[in-house]
Design a protein around this ligand. Structure first.
Ligand SMILES: Nc1ncnc2c1ncn2[C@@H]1O[C@H](COP(=O)(O)OP(=O)(O)OP(=O)(O)O)[C@@H](O)[C@H]1O
Ligand SMILES: N[C@@H](CCO)C(=O)O
Length: 320
């Protein structure tokens, strides 16, 4: 359960008084998520999400995330806005943490997507990339190729405690990606973490995209590769579902589209995506405090995906 920071009822009540959102009826910690503390708040005016930003979110980046979500919501996409208090402020401090009150969107995250749902997710990603065409801000990706190398070095020999031989495999992959990374591809602002748990769905429709806290400027097609790796396998990384892969890319192509160069580089981008999640999960696996109410995610599930992409043929994976 991702509640790292406990907020007392008194603190919560005083916090809500800054906004025009009625009075507190209930506040429950949300079990899903690993990065931030999230509460579902019910007031006399409706439902809201309260997020307290933890470890990986840099407070200096919060204005970028506010501007990004405002931009996408203004374009009519189903993106929850970070609400403004009576003084017009979006960013707050609560229980000693940076915090935001966020619009609640209906919908559920799917655990076993159907091809129709994967197509809708690909379409939502394409819509986002289209809507970001005129977004002028940027944010460097701290979890890019250089960041993966640095994180791998910080995990060091402890990687072998997760699985014998993992350190050597990871270091070889970092080296291979450094030699082969498609640096010529177009960059843009991307979501960079579009896992099924960050997409809210009603039936086969996307009712919301959440969790923009890894959004950054990087290779745009890498966002498609991250989404592909997140949506098209069993949770443990076994069993690639080609029907989901085809549907997701078709949904994306319909709304935005991959170039020939992006298709050719897709397995390399996907290997980079797998390494990114393998490493952040490995770091969390090795460093999550014993008293944190959070379920650690399995790094090896992304090693299995990496093995798949290392053998994959771009023509089959993302046919034109
Ligand atoms: N705006 C929203 N409307 C409805 N539900 C939301 C909203 N924001 C978050 N949630 C719920 O809270 C859960 C956790 O949110 P979120 O994924 O942002 O947390 P996180 O700790 O940043 O997660 P992650 O591990 O995916 O990075 C989501 O799975 C969803 O159920
Ligand atoms: N979506 C990520 C967590 C956020 O980095 C994962 O499943 O590992």
């Amino acid at each position: 359960m991702a509640v790292y920071t406990q907020v007392s009822t008194e603190e919560m009540t005083a916090f809500l008084h800054r906004y025009d959102v009625g009075t507190l009826l209930s506040a429950k910690g949300i079990a899903e998520g690993v990065e931030n503390s999230n509460y579902l708040i019910e007031t006399t005016a409706g439902r809201f999400i309260l997020t307290l930003y933890e470890k990986r979110v840099n407070v200096d980046d919060l204005p970028f995330f506010c501007a990004l979500t405002d931009h996408l919501a203004a374009k009519g996409l189903n993106i929850p806005r970070m609400l403004r208090d009576r003084r017009g402020e979006q960013l707050q401090t609560l229980a000693g943490r940076p915090a935001c009150l966020i619009e609640f969107l209906s919908g559920v995250s799917v655990t076993h997507p159907t091809p129709a749902q994967a197509r809708a997710a690909g379409g939502a990603l394409g819509d986002m990339h289209k809507a970001l065409g005129d977004f002028r801000l940027g944010r460097p990706n701290s979890l890019d190729l250089a960041g993966w190398g640095a994180l791998a070095a910080r995990c060091g020999a402890d990687l072998d405690h997760i699985q014998p031989g993992l350190r050597g495999r990871v270091m070889a992959e970092v080296e291979w990606l450094e030699a082969n990374w498609p640096r010529h591809l177009r960059t843009a602002v991307i979501h960079a973490d579009l896992f099924p748990d960050n997409v809210l769905m009603l039936g086969d429709e996307v009712s919301g995209v959440i969790d923009f806290y890894f959004a950054c400027t990087d290779i745009r097609a890498w966002d498609v590769a991250v989404t592909h790796a997140a949506w098209c396998f069993e949770n443990d990384g076994t069993g690639y579902h080609a029907d989901l892969g085809r549907a997701l890319v078709a949904g994306y192509d319909r709304q935005f589209g991959l170039s020939t160069d992006e298709r050719l580089a897709f397995p390399i981008l996907a290997r980079g995506a797998c390494l990114r999640f393998l490493l952040t999960r490995a770091w969390d696996w090795l460093n999550t405090p014993a008293d944190a109410l959070v379920t650690r995610k399995d790094p090896i599930a992304f090693l299995r995906r990496l093995d798949f992409y290392a053998e994959a043929d771009p023509e089959t994976l993302v046919p034109a």
